[in-house]
Design a protein around this ligand. Structure first.
Ligand code: ZN
Length: 298
């Protein structure tokens, strides 16, 4: 059922890298989990789409990338986390945020996210010493903010296009996708000019997907006039990976007194996962067992 995939291409001259993704299933799943209104679906969907492509660029097997957009709009924070396989998960602060539209009918994502705020990119290579980059938001529309992040924080000239098409009647996701093009050192002005012309003429990614174009077709269209080599192509999906064990480990991080306080006040510990909304309950007995096991070890 899930046909989401990423393709990564490079021009034969080695000057330009391009990734394209069909993230329709990922964004559909996100909407299903979080019950987001259209502006939340669009904002979260765009960030998930970007995170998946950026995660897929990580070379270390256990690496993770965390994108967070904290704007001054009513949607609250938008968070997306991807691994090096491009599998991704995310959430928004306010799933019930009302949706505004531009006069052309497009969802006004900036109004929901806010035009002022911070985009934080955290790459954790698995060594416990994450790399963190932060830039102020330039538009709140997400794609421009990613482009600006690469330009100012990493000095990589980048074109980023992200799209989420939502059914106006029922709020369901019809198509979602993205394109990330990056200039590698040594690209000549002539090539940059050619690329800029291509990009200017490019239709929205969701339009191209809706026409039946593949992710390869989209990369080739963006890199028209260049010789394109495919580096790799692989399926991606919305994956959470949370478990009762992981939550239990977090509880184990609390002191005996803190756990006893939860038992006294709440009677049990209830936790739900931000990313998949799965609920976990630790009964009084579970919690007491955690304390007594600790005493046994001492
Ligand atoms: Zn989860």
């Amino acid at each position: 059922m899930n046909k989401d995939k990423i393709i990564r291409c490079i021009t034969s001259d080695g000057g330009i890298m391009a990734s394209a993704i069909d993230s329709t299933g990922i964004v559909f799943t996100a909407q299903e989990i979080h019950h987001t209104t259209s502006c939340g679906t669009a904002a979260l969907g765009r960030l998930l789409t970007a995170a998946s492509m950026m995660g897929a660029q990580l070379k270390q097997k256990n690496a993770v990338i965390n994108l967070s957009v904290k704007g001054n709009g009513p949607l609250g924070p938008v968070v997306a986390v991807a691994n090096s396989k491009g599998n991704v998960k995310g959430y928004v602060g306010n799933w019930d945020c009302p949706t505004e539209h531009y006069s052309n009918g497009k969802i006004n994502v900036a109004a929901a996210v806010g035009k002022e705020g911070i985009l934080t990119v955290m790459r954790d290579y698995g060594s416990g010493d994450p790399y963190i980059g932060q830039v102020p938001l330039v538009s709140g529309e997400i794609a421009e903010d990613i482009t600006n992040y690469y330009a100012t924080s990493e000095q990589i000239p980048t074109v980023c296009a992200l799209g989420v098409l939502v059914d106006k009647n029922n709020g369901l996701v019809l198509a979602a996708g993205g394109l990330l093009i990056q200039l590698l050192p040594g690209a000549t002005d002539e090539k940059i000019e050619k690329l800029e012309k291509n990009v200017a003429a490019l239709e929205p990614v969701t339009t191209m997907l809706a026409k039946g174009m593949s992710v390869l077709d989209i990369c080739k269209k963006a890199l028209e006039g260049f010789e394109v080599e495919v580096l790799d192509e692989f399926p991606v999906s919305y994956v959470c990976g949370c478990s009762k064990e992981k939550i239990e480990n977090a509880i184990r991080g609390l002191s005996d007194e803190e756990i006893k306080e939860i038992i006294e006040k709440e009677g049990a510990a209830k936790a739900s996962c931000n990313f998949c909304n799965k609920k976990f309950i630790f009964t009084k007995e579970d919690l007491e067992k955690i304390i007594s096991e600790r005493k046994d070890k001492k």
